[in-house]
Design a protein around this ligand. Structure first.
Ligand SMILES: Nc1nc2c(c(=O)[nH]1)N=C([C@H](O)[C@H](O)COP(=O)(O)OP(=O)(O)OP(=O)(O)O)CN2
Ligand SMILES: [Zn+2]
Length: 130
């Protein structure tokens, strides 16, 4: 079936440490996290800002995490304090957190894939089961 795929990328700067990690990652340090969000659908929808069914999902709803922590995003925050206790601050669980929160912001049926990278050489992807 034909479908649309939106892709958007952004960065945010935040601090974290991995609890009980025996090494440098267990100490407080920071990253410029790079995030890519893909949203796929075979249907178009309206959004909070547009009543007409003309988009897979509003790009604004895919980019919430880049906002300052005081405005509900992840930028310039301490991830260990922002993420709920059942999420550790590994790239894997940050990707899942962004996926879970973005799911709440997009129309039902929109498929998501979230990529998170802490450093230029490593990244993780989390996506819907196909
Ligand atoms: N599977 C995972 N492994 C590690 C994670 C993670 O989130 N998932 N995170 C870390 C640390 O947070 C760390 O900040 C990254 O460590 P490292 O890869 O050693 O970073 P480098 O600066 O050495 O990366 P380069 O790309 O080689 O410069 C560790 N492991
Ligand atoms: Zn780190």
């Amino acid at each position: 079936m034909s479908k649309w795929k939106l892709t958007t990328e952004f960065t945010f700067d935040s601090a974290h440490y991995i609890k009980d990690y025996n090494g440098p990652c267990g100490r407080l340090h920071g990253h410029t996290y790079k995030v890519r969000v893909e949203a796929t659908s075979n249907q178009l929808h309206g959004s909070e800002f547009c009543p007409h069914p003309v988009m897979v999902a509003d790009f604004r709803s895919l980019r919430w995490a880049k906002k300052d922590v005081s405005k509900g995003g992840l930028d310039h925050g301490l991830l260990n304090e922002i993420l709920p206790p059942n999420y550790e601050t590994t790239a894997e669980m940050i990707a899942k957190f962004i996926y879970d929160e973005t799911k709440k912001r997009v129309p039902e049926g929109v498929q998501l894939k979230v990529m998170v990278s802490e450093t230029a050489n490593s990244w993780v992807e989390y996506e819907d089961e196909t």
